[in-house]
Design a protein around this ligand. Structure first.
Ligand SMILES: Cc1cc2nc3c(=O)[nH]c(=O)nc-3n(C[C@H](O)[C@H](O)[C@H](O)COP(=O)(O)OP(=O)(O)OC[C@H]3O[C@@H](n4cnc5c(N)ncnc54)[C@H](O)[C@@H]3O)c2cc1C
Length: 518
């Protein structure tokens, strides 16, 4: 069979497993299951197979935001952000968000994974156990300080052409007492604080997506069918068992049957949406919207988190062009005395990054770099809800960012730390001035963070794994109360991983495949 197929080319038929979504988790599930020739896998992806130049050329990643391969999810106005709405991008193309993201590879902190193990009641999610997954995932081409994978499908690089700002930033952080590590994904992920050059998923100037790493090499497999340009609307559920999916392609409708399992890997906004459209969610809410209830699970769509962030901008003394992915240094640190793990995560942008509101209010120098400080462990929680029972309607995306006063305090401390780092001698050599926020304190700083906040686009946690009544999946990623239905994507984290979220989503894909095949 020639792959991939367009929906119009293929008959509606039956598969052993249907994987919905080909992103950072779904690509992994489909690949690993299809490694067994006896499992017949259908992978359904809403986006297309083609990559634009803005996808393949690493430094052009910001141009994907709001572009044709972005779902373009817009939040409701956020009270904590002075009523601003944020664009919560996610990739709509094979590879999902790994095809439009900033390519930073961050494995998640020891305390994150140990928390997932305790919430799920399964040590297989703990930090030690997850190390073994990473050894099968990675082919690491950097200086390791803990054992790293050497022959996995995911090549991880340290930047070959180091931007002067990246090396100066690490030196500046170190001069303030933040310990320097050879890479951010070994011992640094076990500490409260650390700085390093980043691990990235770009080979020089060229992006590598999770689809490229897992699926492109096996596209010819007879037991793997990839269907692009097709959107899953509902899971078909009969007598409490998932038996297939309803799919639309333009005006055409398809029904595919799954004899063994349906796996939802459609990302943390569309996964709760599809669950709710299928009658799985809060009973009173779904009944009010006229969606027939299949399973009351009040946690569906709740617990939404992102590392909302607050960029400071520094004008270059002499313009320096971005290199590689344009972001090559990482700092994790704790600004609160009660934080056991990092509560602030920082990365550098080798170009100016700011909210549209800040760009309107300030002069943003063309030749500038950014220090982007995000809340590593935000306390505010948002939610995803259906607007109506019509699957074509946009969801209600209620971010609720900065609703917890502790998040506001942490955000202010993070911006003050950015200023302090930016003022260190190593960076002053390259930087003419801090363009903004500059010397801003008290209420003025409060106003700045609310106007300057932008997403890290790490939206996660909306179908959380756990054992309380708000949990949606158990330790085996099975949806409570529905047979043969699994969620495997960024939705399942009980709380957001410290650091960027792509690598933990790959782990989720690996765990899902292992659970299904063992
Ligand atoms: C601009 C941006 C920058 C980022 N930068 C980084 C970074 O540098 N490092 C990092 O680690 N993380 C980064 N992230 C976040 C990271 O990429 C995501 O957290 C991660 O890829 C999520 O994986 P996922 O499998 O949950 O969802 P996704 O990778 O988004 O995959 C979901 C897939 O499902 C498909 N889909 C959705 N709905 C349907 C449907 N109804 N039917 C069929 N298919 C559907 C989507 O098109 C998509 O392909 C960034 C994200 C963005 C948007």
């Amino acid at each position: 069979m020639i792959h991939p197929l367009e929906p119009s080319e293929m008959p509606d038929q039956s598969y052993d497993v249907i994987v919905c979504g080909s992103g950072s988790s779904g690509s992994v599930v489909a690949r690993r299951l299809s490694d067994d020739p006896s499992i017949n896998v259908l992978l359904i992806e809403s986006g297309g197979m083609e990559y634009s130049d803005t996808i393949t050329h690493a430094a052009r990643w910001p141009e994907n935001i709001g572009g044709p391969q972005d779902w373009g999810f817009m939040s409701e106005p956020v009270a904590g952000l002075n009523g601003r709405a944020l664009l919560m991008s996610m990739g709509k193309v094979v590879g999902g968000s790994s095809s439009i993201n900033a390519m930073i590879w961050a494995r998640g902190h020891r305390n994150d994974w140990d928390y997932y193990a305790s919430e799920s009641g399964d040590p297989a999610w703990g930090y030690q156990a997850i190390q073994e997954h990473y050894r099968t995932i990675e082919e690491y081409r950097g200086v390791a300080d803990l054992p790293r994978g050497t022959d996995g499908p995911v090549t991880v690089f340290q930047p070959s052409q180091r931007h002067p700002i990246a090396t100066a930033l690490v030196a500046a952080a170190e001069s303030l007492g933040i310990p320097r590590f050879s890479n951010p994904n070994g011992r640094m992920m076990e500490e409260r604080s650390g700085c390093s050059l980043s691990d990235i998923r770009a080979d020089g100037e060229t992006r590598m997506t999770i689809f490229d790493s897992y699926l492109r090499p096996v596209l010819g497999r007879q037991n793997l069918t990839i269907l692009t340009g097709a959107t899953v609307e509902r899971i078909a559920i009969e007598s409490g068992r998932a038996v297939g999916v309803d799919v639309v392609e333009g005006r055409r409708r398809h029904h595919f049957r799954a004899t063994h399992q349906v796996v939802l890997s459609t990302g943390s906004i569309n996964t709760p949406r599809i669950l709710m459209q299928s009658g799985i969610g809060h009973e009173s809410e779904l009944t009010r919207l006229g969606v027939p209830i299949v399973q009351h699970l009040p946690g569906v769509g709740e617990n939404l988190q992102d590392h909302i962030c607050f960029p400071s901008i520094f004008e270059y003394r002499d313009a320096i062009e971005p290199r590689g992915n344009g972001s090559a240094a990482t700092i994790y640190t704790a600004v609160r005395s009660d934080s056991a793990s990092p509560d602030v995560m920082m990365c550098q942008g080798e170009f100016p990054i700011c909210s549209p509101e800040i760009a309107r209010q300030h002069f943003v120098p063309q030749h500038a770099w950014s220090l982007v400080a995000g809340l590593a462990q935000p306390r505010s929680r948002g939610r995803v809800r259906l607007r109506s029972s019509d699957p074509r309607e946009k969801v209600i995306l209620d971010l609720n960012a900065l609703s917890d006063p502790d998040d506001v305090k942490t955000a202010k401390a993070a911006v003050e730390l950015s200023r302090e780092i930016g003022a260190q001698a190593q960076l002053r050599e390259l930087t003419k001035r801090e363009a903004f926020p500059g010397a801003t304190y008290g209420n003025e700083l409060d106003l700045f963070i609310r106007e300057a906040a932008v997403p890290f686009w790490h939206q996660t946690c909306t179908a959380k794994m756990g054992r309380d009544e708000m949990s949606v999946v158990d330790a085996n990623l099975k949806v409570y109360g529905v047979e043969n239905l699994m969620v495997a994507d960024g939705s399942i984290f009980p709380r957001i991983p410290t650091g960027n979220t792509m690598a933990p989503c790959v782990v989720v894909g690996e765990r899902a495949a292992r659970i299904l095949t063992s």
